[in-house]
Design a protein around this ligand. Sequence first.
Ligand code: HEC
Length: 289
Amino acid sequence: MNLKTIRTLAFAASMALGGQAFAAGATVIPPQNEWSFSGPFGRFDQTQLQRGFKVYKEVCAACHSMSLVSFRNLSQPGGPGFSEGQIKALAETYQVKDGPNDAGDMFERPGRAADRMPAPFPNKQTAAAANGGAYPPDLSVIAKARTYERGFPTFVFDMGTLFQEQGVDYLVALLTGYKDTPPAGVEVPAGKYYNEYYPGHIISMPQPISDGSVEYPKTADGRPQAPETALQYAKDVAAFLMWAAEPHMQARKELGFKTLAFLLLFAGLLYFTKKKIWSRVEGHHGPAF
Ligand code: HEC
């Protein structure tokens, strides 16, 4: 096979695959954002995670649970970094079901740091019934559960795939992708909404955030820490959900880097050892045995 044939085949393959993704047409590729946690040295931005938690707590938590996250996780290293006092105070604002007590009854008590974050609905059925039949999924790992194909040949070079930022980019696009007027010819049933990035476009979640819906902490000069816009809320809550889905990301990346550094050093040592040992073999320079 000569070079020209290979090129032609590669081109044909890319057209076939790319064309297929396009023909399926259900998903629009979300725009990529800049994330503090992308790349091999990426770290979460603590203030962003705190804002993201605020958005989750004040908006999303009305419908979505995050049942894999306990309050104390929010004070662990590499996360939003709330103090233990803040966590205790936060947990106490919730009522948590516990029991059974000595009489065999379930009871409610104020939350503690070790409790999981309580869900807004007692079960999936109630949650779905309250949302027009659609169950609002648990958000604990959603940032990693949602991903998409960029299609050939982009995925080969796609650092986003490698470092797993696709889920967060999708979340931002989803939260800001609502359209009041759907494209001509598209019928949006009552109680459903049109979203450019949701697969299939018709979604049961009403647009949860818009400009000004959450108040951000103020800086010393009295201005909000970050713009109080839908886009900023979306980025902050997406970053928070990314942390929730992978709370040990920072530790993982640091370990990966150390491992690479070690392997490089080790390869160097092996190389010189090999040289030293083989230098004693006849035919190589150095004395024979
Ligand atoms: C009024 C209730 C409600 C609120 C508030 C709400 N959601 Fe939803 N959400 C839903 C429902 C219902 C669905 C399921 C949609 C469907 O199946 O069509 C959903 C679905 C989702 C999905 C899954 C989309 C997919 O690809 O399957 C994500 C992610 C999500 N919501 C994130 C959020 C975030 C982040 C917030 C807060 C900024 C939020 N939601 C606020 C009700 C809500």
